[in-house]
Structures are given as structure tokens and as C-alpha cells.
Design a protein around this ligand. Structure first.
Ligand SMILES: Cc1cc2nc3c(=O)[nH]c(=O)nc-3n(C[C@H](O)[C@H](O)[C@H](O)COP(=O)(O)O)c2cc1C
Length: 200
């Protein structure tokens, strides 16, 4: 079996780990599961911040795909519209995904992770969480924080529906560390971050 076929097989088996993902420049995510889970009212009842992550317990590719779709996926493909609203449908926000191996940008249209930078770019107090999202927008966009808030709430509700822990991170020094280490594209800055992991 060649390497590509081997990776695909692993992905189909749901056994794709982020270690495997880090060896490629882009990674097709499994199709998000958009059915099932808790009801919205149950998820709202359970939504909460959690900070005690199990650093060694990975978030599998299927869960990551579902989480990304819930956060900022395309829910009406014919209109290319998303799970969160944006002012005049600007869609001017990106989700970057930091793992122990690399930093990726979520491509919702292709349901892929695109490699942005290799290496462990998890920052701040919650850097042991297996996955962090960095919400990145144009600096002058007056709606950026509102947009990021919609995304992190979507993510938090999905977490509540499956029992995954998360914490939003607005701590200034952490955002500065992300900005200085991640080599974000020109004219892009991190607005807020969010850490995810299974809890103790
Ligand atoms: C914009 C924003 C920034 C936050 N920044 C941090 C942070 O830097 N560190 C942290 O531990 N919690 C942070 N939090 C989590 C809040 O402390 C938490 O939401 C609050 O205590 C209420 O708890 P709950 O989410 O369980 O309702 C942040 C939350 C928001 C919405």
C-alpha cells in the first residue's frame, strides 16, 4: 500500500491522528456529521467553560471535522453560507487550528485543513490542550469581535453536545504571543482564541 492510500485508509477508518496529518501540506477532513447530538436546549443547558484538559487525549479527525463545521462550516452549499452570520455576509474571519504538530487554516468549502506553519504553535496558559482555534480577521474590521463571538459560541455549543471541554481565551499576552509566533498573512490578526480538549 503506498503512503497516500495508507493515509486515506486510516482516515476512513476514523483512526487518523493529528500526528499523521502533520506530515502533509493539506488534509481532507472526514465529512462532518450534521445529524444527531443533543438538542439545542440540552446543549445550552450544558454549555460551560472547562479548563482541566487531558493533554495526551487527542481529538480524533471526525470530532475535529464536526467541531470545525459547527464553528464555521458551510451549512447551505448552494449559497456558500455558513453556520454563523456575518455583517453583510462578509465572512471575513478565518479559523486557524493549532496542534502539537502544526498550525492549519480551515478551508470550509473543501472541508480541508491547509498547512500554515509546521511546529507546535499552541500558545498561552492552555497550550497543553490538544487543539486550539485562533480566530483571525482583518484588523480594521469593526465586526471582527462580534463575528468571533458567534464562532466561539457555535464551537462551545457543539462541545456541550458531545462532552468536549473548551475555554475561550481573550488574555492579551496570549493573543500577542499568537500574533508574534504564527506569521499570519499580512493584514490579518488574531481576535480571540479557544482551547479544546477532553476533560478530567
Ligand atoms: C471573550 C472572552 C474571553 C475570555 N478569556 C478567557 C481567558 O483568557 N482565560 C480564561 O481562563 N477564561 C477566559 N474566558 C472564559 C470566561 O472566564 C468564562 O466564560 C466565564 O467565567 C463564564 O463561565 P462560563 O463560560 O462557564 O459560563 C473568556 C471568555 C470570553 C467570552
Amino acid at each position: 500500500m503506498d503512503l497516500k492510500l495508507g493515509l486515506l485508509t486510516l482516515a476512513l477508518m476514523g483512526g487518523l491522528t493529528m500526528t499523521t496529518i502533520a506530515q502533509t501540506t493539506e488534509q481532507q477532513l472526514p465529512a462532518p456529521q450534521t445529524r444527531g447530538g443533543k438538542t439545542l436546549m440540552e446543549a445550552l443547558t450544558l454549555r460551560q467553560t472547562q479548563r482541566d484538559f487531558l493533554p495526551q487525549k487527542e481529538i480524533d479527525a471526525q470530532t475535529l471535522s464536526n467541531l470545525l463545521w459547527a464553528t464555521w462550516g458551510i451549512n447551505r452549499p448552494q449559497l456558500q453560507k455558513r453556520t454563523a452570520p456575518t455583517a453583510i455576509n462578509s465572512q471575513a474571519i478565518d479559523v486557524y487550528v493549532a496542534t502539537a504538530q502544526a498550525l492549519w487554516r480551515y478551508d470550509a468549502k473543501e472541508n480541508k485543513l491547509l498547512l500554515h506553519k509546521k511546529g507546535d504553535l499552541r500558545c498561552g496558559k492552555f497550550k497543553e490542550a490538544p487543539v486550539l482555534f485562533y480566530y483571525v480577521a482583518p484588523p480594521g474590521d469593526g465586526w471582527a469581535k462580534a463575528h468571533a463571538g458567534s464562532l466561539y459560541q457555535n464551537a462551545g455549543l457543539y462541545c456541550a453536545s458531545i462532552g468536549l471541554g473548551n475555554v475561550v481565551i481573550g488574555f492579551k499576552q496570549t493573543l500577542e504571543e499568537i500574533q508574534s509566533r504564527c506569521e499570519l498573512p499580512a493584514g490579518r490578526e488574531v481576535v480571540v482564541a479557544q482551547a479544546f480538549g477532553w476533560t478530567k
